[in-house]
Write a protein that binds this ligand. Structure first.
Ligand code: CA2
Length: 144
């Protein structure tokens, strides 16, 4: 059976491509979804692409992935730097986890340098723009 990869996006990423293109590029989240879904079919995978502006929403999407998905690609956005709840949810998940940041969080403000999620992630991609999602999918394909 075709394996499913859940791709989760945190707060404000629904505005991708509409503001701050110098930081996050000009592609919308729908553009990224199309790109990742096309690549997934080339790799023999399926993708469920989701976004939430709420911490609890992300936690519930991670719980759902426990039953459905061989891997999670997650850009927790600002919750990367604050959320023990998202980390705890990922720690209940047995599959592969790859964390993505569009920008290079290590080149930005000090408060962005630490991600709680990285303690669980099998891989972390930062600073490769929205292409990071496709890179994450290629990597997760080798893990699942
Ligand atoms: O670089 C990333 O992908 C981030 O996860 C993006 C987060 C930021 O808080 C992290 O430190 C790094 C911010 C997402 C905000 O998304 C926007 C998209 C378009 C316009 C405005 C915000």
């Amino acid at each position: 059976m075709t394996k499913l990869i859940t791709v989760l996006n945190g707060p404000n990423l629904n505005l991708l491509g509409q503001r701050e293109p110098e930081k996050y590029g000009s592609k919308t989240l729908v553009d990224v979804e199309v790109e990742v879904t096309t690549l997934a079919s080339e790799l023999g995978l399926k993708v469920l692409f989701q976004q939430s502006n709420f911490e609890g929403g992300l936690v519930e999407m991670i719980h759902a992935a426990r039953e459905t998905s061989a891997g999670i690609i997650i850009n927790p956005a600002a919750y990367s730097h604050t959320s023990v709840a998202v980390l705890d949810a990922l720690n209940t998940y047995d599959g592969a986890v790859v964390e993505v940041h569009i920008s290079n969080i290590h080149k930005r403000e000090e408060f962005r340098h630490h991600s709680f999620v990285s303690a669980r992630a099998d891989g972390v991609i930062a600073g490769c723009g929205t292409q990071g999602y496709s890179l994450a999918l290629r990597h997760i394909a080798t893990l699942v």
